[in-house]
Design a binder for this molecule. Structure first.
Ligand code: 5GP
Ligand code: ZN
Length: 107
């Protein structure tokens, strides 16, 4: 399967990793839309968070816990944790991922 996030999670394409966990990795978005913009991506391929939620609750929990940890590591203030789900909602990469965004980066 030709999936860019599968290639990044396997280390076949470079990315700037900021944290990882048993089931997920976190790396900077290539085109950040906020001062902090990190993607949290399960190592296994699921099309979107809806498929992940019905497939593996432990992986879903791991993705969200890693997202909160990334927010604490990279930001001093409030943050968003967002899953775009479906093309009409703005999803462009069809491997489930959470966006962590914040206006207050940690120096
Ligand atoms: P979506 O629009 O699917 O919710 O989010 C996909 C995100 O992946 C976008 O914010 C886009 O900038 C990011 N992205 C796409 N290709 C790459 C890549 O090759 N490397 C990294 N680090 N981010 C990517
Ligand atoms: Zn994938």
């Amino acid at each position: 399967m030709d999936c860019i996030f599968c290639k990044i999670t396997k280390g076949e394409i470079p990315a700037t990793f900021v944290a990882e966990s048993e089931h997920a990795v976190a790396f900077n978005d290539i085109s950040p839309r906020q001062p902090v913009h990190v993607l949290v991506v399960p190592r296994a391929h699921y099309t979107d968070v809806a498929e992940l939620a019905v497939s593996d609750a432990a992986v879903l929990a791991d993705v969200i816990q890693l997202g909160v940890r990334v927010a604490e590591l990279t930001s001093t203030g409030s943050f968003r944790l967002q899953f775009n789900t479906g093309a009409e909602a703005g999803q462009t990469v069809f491997h489930a991922h959470a966006h962590i965004t914040s206006k207050t980066p940690r120096a």
